[in-house]
Design a protein around this ligand. Structure first.
Ligand code: UD1
Length: 383
């Protein structure tokens, strides 16, 4: 059996690492039919900090094939990935193509695989924000429509697929593969010192004060086009962060390249760097981010992955979006998260409420660190 798996952007790496390790584990058992595994990196993310460091931290094998697509518009990224990936699958003729998540690489390689009549498996299937303004929702819909095996993270996702008419025989509720990575790296992360992470990554060390050990802090990440691409949206969010959150406690902000670029374009960057208590960091490695999340007083984020990690760690989480494809992480479904959108008055109200919330870790069914093993077994059984 020959499998090609695909990664493209940062949130893919923590999903592919457990799969690669489970495939290696499978091959160590001589009683089992061996699997040849080729890892393809489309190169959508390519920086040391957005890509390479994750391969080292998560011990992901080096990609067998790097398509080096790089940055570009959606059409450029998807189109160029399809052209390059078509050559790969024509040469390699895998039995299965396995894609993860919802980035442009996921969608591009799914379309290519099906046009080449290959079997396709999607890990993290069935998530729906029902918001077609999100590029990721388009990627999710296309990928799920084309997939032969759909690995869902939870029951809500499985039901979304049924509602869309996906036959039951294709759906497998296997849990959340990203939590496999969290569980595998929790101890390593716990050994890191918060002050050390800040010292090694801070962009504005000259202006922000030193963090005291064990001092409470808030953590933010933000990169969605809906939050950062328009000054009339980004500026009020920033005002809230700098005027309210930073007045309460240090705000630690690992900055995404897209967000930094937009803050510079809208003339918001220098003001943020100069704000005392706003600790601006370079994009962090996996362990560093996990460590910060483990101790944060609260998280503000528009990342779906962090929402899920907060759920398992118990970090109170304000999601800076109007909708989510991951409702299982929200308070009404037993998680600790709240959707707050991006209007400043909303943020203010929910932030004040959330400050009173206690840490209560929640673990949806099968978010147990063993999703990858189940996935490999299912693919083998499907043949
Ligand atoms: C992509 C994903 C998004 C995911 C996010 C995580 C899609 C549609 N979006 O969005 O779902 O949550 O990744 O980061 O696939 N850049 C660098 N270095 C890099 C990569 C990008 O500096 O290694 C800069 C580029 O200038 C680029 C910008 O970041 O223009 C945005 O990158 P892009 O790949 O277009 O999308 P993301 O916003 O990162």
């Amino acid at each position: 059996m020959k499998i090609i798996s695909v990664v493209g952007a940062r949130p893919n790496f923590m999903k592919i690492a457990p799969l690669a390790h489970a495939l290696e584990q499978h091959n160590r058992d001589s009683a089992k039919r061996p699997i040849e595994h080729l890892l393809v990196h489309t190169g959508q993310h390519y920086d040391e900090r957005m890509s390479r460091s994750f391969f080292e931290d998560l011990r992901i094998p080096r990609p067998d094939i790097d398509l080096e697509i790089g940055s570009g518009s959606h059409a450029e990224q998807v189109g160029q990935t399809m052209i390059a990936f078509e050559k790969v699958v024509r040469e390699q003729r895998p039995d299965w193509v396995v894609v993860v998540g919802d980035v442009n690489a996921t969608c591009a390689c799914s379309i290519t695989a099906k046009k080449e009549h290959l079997k396709l498996a999607h890990i993290e299937a069935g998530l729906r924000s029902f918001d077609l303004e999100m590029p990721e929702e388009i990627n999710r819909l296309v990928t799920d429509r084309l997939s032969d095996l759909l690995f869902a993270t939870d029951e809500i996702a499985s039901q979304n697929l049924r509602d869309e008419g996906v036959p039951e025989s294709r759906i497998r509720m296997v849990g959340n593969i990203m939590i496999d990575t969290l569980e595998a790296h929790r101890e390593t992360a716990a050994e890191l010192k918060i002050e050390g992470i800040i010292a090694a990554n801070q962009i504005n060390a000259a202006t922000a004060p030193e963090m005291q050990p064990n001092a409470p802090y808030a953590l933010i990440t933000m990169h969605r086009p809906s939050n950062v691409d328009r000054p009339e949206v980004l500026t009020p969010i920033l005002d809230f962060l700098l005027d309210e959150v930073c007045a309460d406690m240090p705000l630690i902000w690992p900055i995404h390249p897209r967000t930094q670029k937009q803050m510079q374009a809208f003339d918001l960057w220098n003001r943020t760097l100069a704000r005392p208590n706003c600790i601006m960091l370079q994009p962090l490695g996996y362990h560093e981010m996990l460590r910060l999340n483990m101790q944060a007083e609260l998280m503000l984020t528009d990342s779906g992955g962090l929402q899920e990690e907060c759920c398992v760690l118990g970090t109170p989480c304000l999601t800076l979006r109007w909708n989510t494809e991951r409702p299982v992480t929200l308070r009404e479904h037993g998680g600790g998260g709240v959707l707050v959108g991006n209007a400043a008055e909303n943020l203010r109200r929910e932030y004040r409420q959330l400050r009173r919330q206690r840490r209560t870790p929640q673990r949806p069914p099968l978010w147990d660190g063993h999703a990858a093993e189940r996935i490999v077994a299912e693919i083998m059984q499907a043949g």
